[in-house]
Design a binder for this molecule. Sequence first.
Ligand SMILES: Nc1ncnc2c1ncn2[C@@H]1O[C@H](COP(=O)(O)OP(=O)(O)OP(=O)(O)O)[C@@H](O)[C@H]1O
Ligand SMILES: [Mg+2]
Length: 558
Amino acid sequence: MKNPVMAGRKGFGIAFKFTVTISALIILMSFSFGYFISKRQINSIMAEFQDRAETLITTLAYNCEFGVLSANEDILDKAVRAIEEQKGLEYVLIYDTDHNILAHGHSAGGGMDDNHEGIWGRHGLDTVNELVIFSTALTSKRSVIFTGKVSDSGISVYDISMPVKTVKTAEGPEALLGIPTAPQEAVEEVIGVARIGLSLTGVDELIKGTINSTLLITLALMLAGIVITIFLVRLILKPIRELALGTNKVAEGDVSYRVAITTGDEIGALASSFNNMTESLAKAKKLVDERTGELERTNTSLLKTNYELEKITKELKAAQAQLIQSSKMTAIGQLGAGVAHELNNPIGGILGYSQFMLTKIDKPEFSSEDFKTCRKYLEHIERESGRCKTIVENLLTFSRKSDIIEDIDIVKVIESTLTIIGHQMQLKNIKIEKDFGEGLANTSGVANKLQQVFTNMMLNAQHAMPDGGTLYLRARNLNGSDRAAKIAIEIEDTGMGISEENLERIFEPFFTTKQDWKGTGLGLAITYQIIESMKGKIDVKSAVGKGTKFTITLPAIS
Ligand SMILES: Nc1ncnc2c1ncn2[C@@H]1O[C@H](COP(=O)(O)OP(=O)(O)OP(=O)(O)O)[C@@H](O)[C@H]1O
Ligand SMILES: [Mg+2]
């Protein structure tokens, strides 16, 4: 099964790294320790062996002195026999200074040829080397060691030789003559060489045994060390693993998880902090859950309120559209008489010309002159019918509900408003003064609505001048250039004006000074709203008894 703590992690874990590092250290230390121990033991074995060899050769060389000096074979044989039984002794040789073998012996006992070849052939030794060893031993002061020769039985030999010395006193001729002399200085003289070969087999076996047992101990130590390391690492890492498992559980959302570590060490302290942390987390989570629940409830009620608000806004918009339309209808109602007059004139003309023509046609003779007159009348009729058509069209356009946003030629809208309202003004003795600047820019919006604005304002002006006056209609680009950023439109009358008190309220819905329900008070409120929807502005200046000037500013389109 996959370790949940290691899940999603790459590389080796701490346990592995620890175990490998400490094991490597243990292996290194064990081997170094084993090496030094065995080295010391081997050295001491060798030193002991060499001491023994040294003692043996010294004893032999000392015991041979008299035998060699007197060339007495019996004495020499005795000396040889005395050490022949020594353990590991392979051979014993005693030479005189001329390299003659005076006595010899060997471990196996039995006969041994007295010549060099016989002896060395038996031991597989090299006669040339033998001579070198002999000469070296003869001239050296101490023992000479030569190791490594291999006998025919395949064993290594520790070969050690020592000069056999005697002490002589130098005596002058007085001594020979029996004349007493002063004691003379003693002189050492080499009279032969003693040599032994000690088998290294025992030593080798001892060394081998030492190495083996050291190696065994080293391996056992190493194994024990590694096992203890693994055990310890597991023991140390167990609480850390538990902590990591706990962290994972908390990360997965289980804030109720607690780690069961009760040790009094740093890990125990860490576990207790962890448990404190999860406890705080659980509390915080509970709080968050509660708040989330509250928020969700609030959100639901807000959504509901929002839905209701949207519904109300929709209804309000519909009501507002309805209001605009009904205000427009009121305006049309106010136009009624004027429009009738407006239409009456051309229709009257049409009637008159038609009657004239009928009398001409009814006459028995129809001269070419009559034809010309009739044609003139027909042209009049055509022109007057055209005027009627324009008036009716304008009226229809005005009354229609429209939302089409288009480029608007402001002068055209003012003129079409005048076709409906102009005649009415004339009847009320109102002069109309127009001043439209050259290259006036267009604006953007619903033409029909702008016409509603002008109609209301002109009607208001007309109502303000019951005894006649002048209506000024002006329009100009604000910066005077063709590509004006704004267009200013002024509608000014010479009427009664508005008192300061009323001036603040004229844009309020249902504010009117017109008695007997002649006005609804919606005209300017709707005007304000339409101008605002076209991103424009409306200003008013008025002086009681002198007149009122409305200025509309609209954005121009290039
Ligand atoms: N040019 C003006 N001169 C003097 N008073 C004005 C002028 N224009 C508006 N007013 C005043 O502002 C009031 C509000 O005008 P508004 O157009 O909003 O309503 P109304 O004309 O009274 O009614 P409605 O336009 O619905 O027929 C008017 O009753 C009038 O007192
Ligand atoms: Mg009005």
